[in-house]
Design a binder for this molecule. Structure first.
Ligand code: HEM
Length: 263
């Protein structure tokens, strides 16, 4: 057994990898949140659709995506394994153990919270990500006035348009003098339609509540595992963990399905 396999199988090594993958997933959440804020622009989805093309075609981002999928799988399945290991190591609950007094509710339920988030990610990716990459997403033609940036948009049925025959690109821009014609895969419309479903909106809100509690404990716990908890920084770590990851990020994400459901 070399040092890498030893490190991966030791309980400290596993906790370190959980902490590192967890923090990597936190950084993804910030980027995903900022990108998805384009959904709130009043431009019939043009900025969001352009952003989706960029995210799925830029080679650096595509490579990072593979790391992201590996991190999600590793973090989720190692997390579940750790919960079972801990249960096995302590099959009978301590009689005098008062969990409430010693730890926060979220720290005792990380496995359940993580499982809710995993179910959410599977449903979420099969909805938008799978549909965008492998399913049918309709196109929209935007006409943008070069002078004042005003725009109009019409949904197009690719199969009915002669000039779109054999069309495989996600984005085509045609400068036509006074106007630019932009034809783009309209993921915005898929999101808009998806969030008209009550069950989906409810799942997103429940999952974002679970994400909030998971990160409330997980963010600061990752720094502790990495040995980066120091009196000097604990205030900042708690502030970011609670303010950004347990409050801002889940509320921001939950606002998106709610916005389209009410709109
Ligand atoms: C509620 C608001 C959200 C919306 C509207 C949204 C929208 C989308 C869309 C449209 C895609 C496919 C296009 C793309 O890759 O950019 C996507 C991908 C993805 N989303 Fe979300 N998302 C939301 C929240 C979340 C949350 C909270 C998580 C994680 C806990 C998440 C995880 C992912 C992952 C892992 C991918 C695949 C990314 C990749 O292929 O690089 N999303 N999301």
């Amino acid at each position: 057994m070399n040092w890498i396999t030893k490190m991966f199988s030791s309980s400290l090594g596993q906790k370190l990898i959980m902490a590192l993958t967890g923090l990597f997933l936190c950084s993804f959440l910030i980027i995903h949140m900022v990108g998805n804020l384009q959904l709130f622009k009043h431009d019939a989805g043009l900025a969001f659709n352009k952003y989706a093309v960029f995210m799925t075609t830029n080679p650096l981002i595509k490579t990072t995506s593979y790391l992201l999928y590996a991190a999600i799988l590793f973090h989720a399945f190692k997390g579940i394994a750790l919960v079972f290991q801990n249960k096995k190591a302590r099959p009978v609950k301590y009689q005098a153990f008062d969990g409430k007094a010693n730890s926060h509710w979220s720290s005792r339920n990380m496995g359940v919270l993580g499982t809710i988030i995993l179910v959410f990610v599977v449903v979420h990716m099969s909805n938008f990500w799978w549909q965008y990459k492998f399913g049918h997403v309709p196109y929209t033609k935007y006409t943008v006035n070069v002078g004042d940036n005003s725009l109009s948009s019409i949904p197009i049925d690719v199969t009915n348009e002669d000039y779109m025959k054999g069309f495989t690109e996600k984005l085509v821009v045609r400068p036509l003098g006074q106007v630019d014609e932009i034809i783009v895969k309209d993921l915005y419309r898929s999101v808009e339609l998806g969030f008209k479903e009550l069950w989906l909106v409810a799942l997103y809100i429940i999952a974002m509540a679970a994400l909030s509690f998971h990160l409330y404990h997980g963010f600061k716990s990752a720094f502790q595992t990495l040995g980066l908890n120091h009196k000097k920084y604990n205030g900042a770590i708690n502030f970011i963990g609670i303010g950004v990851f347990a409050i801002l990020i889940p509320i921001g994400f939950a606002a998106m399905p709610l916005y389209f459901f009410i709109k």
